[in-house]
Design a protein around this ligand. Structure first.
Ligand SMILES: Cc1cc2nc3c(=O)[nH]c(=O)nc-3n(C[C@H](O)[C@H](O)[C@H](O)COP(=O)(O)OP(=O)(O)OC[C@H]3O[C@@H](n4cnc5c(N)ncnc54)[C@H](O)[C@@H]3O)c2cc1C
Length: 433
């Protein structure tokens, strides 16, 4: 059958990875169209979220000056919560200030709109309010996308699947099954309105500086997951998420988890008086290295969440989406120049991903997820004991310090036998280092 290649490349999904891929290809002179189901790019997108500068600047050097950004993150905190208290650690450093930014909080509805303008200026076509419903294949090669528009079949030499965690394109092309429940995190998030001054006073920030607080332990009711607060200009992004399998096991619903987090005695004062402006829920592919599917096929590449490229231990997904979008676009450009869209040639994309920090980082934590999943006490016993021990150590009550030390050691051994503690410690270090 003869087909007309209307485009050099089609991109399914106008999120971070799809818009990046479209931008890089259009800038190189390729004829590109992006199909997006939302009313505009960003309309359906959810992120906490911190966007990192270095990977973004590699593609959009002007973004820190031009894009609608919220606050420059100068402070990152990790809080271990017990029912009543918190062990707080963190880094605040002007080395991350606006002059040398590491990351900014963004609101995706605004940010993706800006990004899509860049893509249009580069010469790509964005087709909004259009669902991709199938892939069009010929001789086991992807040659186009079927959409829900009338006469909505679109053809191209290459397709890039950037349609997020549920990637219909990846499934229809036979690259991916549905994720398992322990490979997905269900996260709910509220955007809570406070004044700029309230945010700056409560989080000890000066103008346009931002902070992140990530919380484990009682934050998620002892389930494997994380709750967070990110500061925006005059709102807070407040969320909680755990593996879907954990929620099912503990019969919890995500909204209850978020409410539990919001009322914790260390969290509630930070949110006091805030008005909820928006409520969002989204899945994150957190299966890591072992869950990454085959990411190429003749005529097709998968990017970002569609390929499961999320490093949950470092809260990184946006950067991996942008980087994989760029690498996919560069591979597509090479394929166009050679006129070779075969699976053999497109396997170059996986090789490039493997050589980048994307797959190197996912590989580093390849077995960490399953290690913690089998050891729920990391999210229950240990956080409680850590807060209790620190409280005991710092309470001045005429008990000699040596006695306090023994009390703490005894309480540790009481919750877990010595060899259990040792194997947890060594195991955790081996999986994380
Ligand atoms: C609550 C939450 C907090 C997060 N926080 C952070 C953070 O702080 N830092 C960080 O780096 N990462 C964070 N992430 C992860 C990050 O948001 C994602 O990894 C990243 O957005 C993935 O980009 P993407 O382009 O692959 O997919 P997406 O951004 O999800 O884009 C997919 C696009 O495809 C479109 N689409 C889907 N199906 C179809 C279809 N059939 N037809 C047409 N269009 C379709 C969607 O509408 C969407 O526009 C967070 C994620 C969540 C959910």
């Amino acid at each position: 059958m003869e087909t007309i290649n209307t485009f050099d490349a089609l991109v399914a999904g106008a999120g971070l990875s799809g818009l990046t891929a479209a931008y890089v290809m259009a800038k190189s002179g390729m004829k590109v169209a992006v199909v997006e189901r939302g009313a505009h790019p960003g309309a359906k997108n959810v992120m906490g979220g911190v966007l990192y500068c270095q990977p973004t600047e590699q593609v959009f050097p002007e973004f820190a000056r031009e894009a609608p950004l919220e606050r420059c993150i100068v402070q990152q905190n990790l809080w271990v919560l017990s029912e009543t208290g918190a062990l707080q650690t963190g880094v605040k450093n002007q080395a991350w200030n606006k002059q040398y930014p590491n990351g900014f909080t963004v609101l995706r509805a605004k940010f993706d709109k800006w990004l899509s303008q860049k893509v249009i200026e580069a010469g790509a076509l964005i087709i909004p309010e259009t669902n991709v419903t199938d892939v069009i294949m010929e001789n086991n090669t992807v040659i186009g996308l079927r959409t829900d528009r009338e006469n909505g079949d679109l053809y191209a030499k290459m397709v890039i699947a950037s349609d997020g965690v549920h990637s219909l394109v990846a499934r229809k092309a036979g690259l991916k099954e549905e994720w398992k429940n322990n490979q997905l995190s269900l996260t709910v998030k509220e955007i809570i309105v406070l004044s700029r001054k309230q945010i700056e006073d409560r989080f000890h920030l000066t103008q346009d500086e931002g902070a992140t607080i990530e919380c484990v332990g009682d934050a998620t009711n002892g389930l494997m997951g994380v709750a967070f607060i990110y500061t925006n200009k005059d709102t807070l992004s407040v969320g909680a998420g755990t593996l879907l399998s954990e929620m099912i096991r503990a019969r919890k619903n995500p909204n209850d988890l978020l409410e539990h987090f919001k009322t914790h005695p260390c969290i509630a004062p930070l949110l006091e008086g805030g008005k909820t402006h928006e409520y969002l829920a989204h899945l994150i592919p957190e299966g890591g290295y072992h869950a990454v599917p085959k990411v190429y096929k003749a005529g097709l590449l998968l990017t970002g969440d569609a390929a499961g490229l999320v490093n949950s231990f470092h809260r990184e997904g946006s950067n991996l989406a942008i980087m994989s979008g760029k690498i996919a676009a560069e591979t597509a450009l090479e394929a166009c120049q050679r006129g070779d869209f075969s699976e053999t040639f497109l396997s170059l994309y996986k090789k490039k991903l493997d050589e980048s920090c994307i797959m190197k980082d996912l590989k580093k934590y390849a077995n960490a997820g399953s290690f913690f999943e089998k050891r729920n006490h990391f999210f229950t016993l240990y956080p409680n004991t850590a807060v209790q021990s620190a409280t005991e150590w710092l309470t001045v009550d005429s008990v000699p310090k040596r006695l306090k030390q023994w009390k703490i050691i005894r309480s540790l051994v009481r919750i877990r036998p010595f060899f259990g503690l040792l194997s947890d410690g060594i195991g955790a270090l081996r999986k994380m280092l």
